[in-house]
Design a protein around this ligand. Structure first.
Ligand SMILES: [Zn+2]
Length: 451
């Protein structure tokens, strides 16, 4: 069996693995490259899309699903296997990416795909439930397990009859950071011949969730006391829903005082709508709250900004107020407009809850820069900048090591470490040295292995 790595090698974007066994060829994910690697989206695939039999899609983040339309446009006509929430979230994520690319004049994969291509993608999906086994053809069987990263995210167990011998491959997708609200904890897997594991935080440990939630609560209380504006840049998937869930708890249980909350992110609003349709994918605590009549993502004081006409409400409302706006890394979205308005006032606070790449606007603000430039406007920063990283939706180094250690019947002979910056993957490989009886491999882009 031949395995080729077509992305997310020593970096975190562009996930795409090709497996070839006998006559069968399939992909696990077909994600977009982002940031410094964006140019790779313009390269030809190193395989013929017409020859791919099917795709296993772990989840709806752009770095896992973003090149699917390109794959279809270039002749792929097989099925995409995922959960139902992944299918629905993939559609809104791709439509948003197309819109952002058009606004910014970037022609990523375009004109290879259009809005109507994306809208017809859903017809090519076959949706399965967690735990359900499915024979795809006479040589391949799959089962999805919950990876606890975002709603509908999956680990894939794949059994392949390779020249008369059955081999089990496990693809972790992105693994969550338990305990997290709404989603279940990531499932542990028993036994594999080879594992493909993400390593986003393979070199780091997260602060505890309770600590992070308490810092958020205190920050809101300080904002109320100062009569200020609390700006929180958010990602549309999971981070927004987790924050709304936490604010719902704070406000409905009297853990903070009265405060207006605005959600100004059209993508996050759409994603929250899809979350509401799939309550059967929630964890036990969330299902219990719903059965008592609570709406997890709605509470008194929350205003959702759906269009430009409503946006004026945010400015007209007197502080104290909280503004959640995209995007989490200050790329696109509405957050920059709010920074321009509110960073110059010492009563206000910017609370960063997502990873910020070195040299980026978010990173500079966290370093305490007093003057920044946004869209050519110079701004003197008087607002306080704080950070909480407990809301990460990726497991840390300890969790990843435990997850691998649990795959012990049999323990995998090969562990392919993917989806992490080089230092992070290397550090994770070192951590695995202590427990691993097999090989840890950090593949390079376009490398292939026979197993
Ligand atoms: Zn992800």
């Amino acid at each position: 069996m031949k395995i080729s790595f077509n992305g997310a090698c020593r970096e975190v974007t562009g996930s795409c693995i090709l497996i070839e066994s006998g006559e069968t060829k399939f992909l696990v994910d077909c994600g977009m490259f982002q940031g410094n690697s964006s140019n790779k989206n313009l390269e030809d695939f190193s395989f013929d899309p017409k020859e791919i039999d099917f795709v296993l899609l772990t989840h709806a983040h752009l770095d896992h699903c973003g090149r699917l339309p390109k794959l279809f446009a270039e002749g792929f006509c097989g099925r995409v296997y995922s959960t139902a929430p992944t299918r629905d979230l993939t559609e809104i994520i791709l439509l948003d990416a197309l819109k952002v690319a058009q606004i910014e004049g970037r022609l990523f994969c375009a004109p290879l795909f259009t809005e109507s291509d994306i809208l017809s993608l859903g017809n090519f999906f076959t949706c399965l439930k967690y735990g359900e086994e499915k024979s795809i053809n006479e040589n391949v069987r799959i089962r999805m397990r919950d990876s606890g990263h975002i709603l509908g995210s999956s680990i894939f167990e794949v059994w392949i009859n390779d020249k008369g011998k059955e081999k089990k491959l496990v693809f972790s997708g992105d693994l969550g950071n338990p305990p997290a609200p709404i989603v279940n904890d990531p499932e542990f897997i028993s036994g594999a011949d080879a594992v493909f594991v993400e390593s986003t935080y393979g070199d780091r440990l997260h602060e505890s969730k309770e600590q992070g939630i308490e810092v958020l609560r205190q920050t809101i209380q300080e904002t109320i006391k100062k009569g200020g504006v609390l700006m929180i840049p958010v990602f549309a998937l999971e981070r927004t829903q987790e924050l709304l869930y936490t604010l719902n708890d704070f406000i409905e249980n009297g853990k903070v005082g009265d405060i207006s909350v605005f959600l100004d992110s059209p993508l996050a609003i759409k994603a929250t709508g899809i979350y509401k349709q799939y309550a059967d994918f929630y964890d036990k605590e969330s299902k219990e709250l719903i059965s008592k009549g609570d709406d997890l993502f709605d509470f008194e004081g929350l205003e959702v900004i759906r269009n430009e006409a409503q946006a004026g409400k945010v400015d007209k409302t007197m502080p104290p107020k909280i503004i959640l706006a995209g995007s989490g890394m200050f790329e696109g979205g509405k957050i920059k407009g709010y920074l321009k308005k509110y960073l110059g006032n010492s009563a206000n606070t910017l609370l960063i809850i997502s990873f910020q790449p070195k040299g980026s606007l978010g990173s500079n603000l966290l370093q305490g820069e007093k003057f920044i430039e946004i869209d050519r406007a110079k701004i003197k920063v008087k607002a306080e900048t704080k950070s909480i990283f407990a809301f990460s939706s990726h497991g840390d180094r300890t969790f990843l090591v435990n997850w691998i250690e649990a795959i012990n019947k049999p323990f995998p002979k090969k562990i392919f470490i993917i989806h992490g910056e080089e230092e992070s993957s290397l550090s994770f490989a070192q951590a695995l040295d202590g427990i691993s009886k097999g090989d840890s491999i950090i593949p390079k882009y376009k490398e292939f292995y026979e197993i």
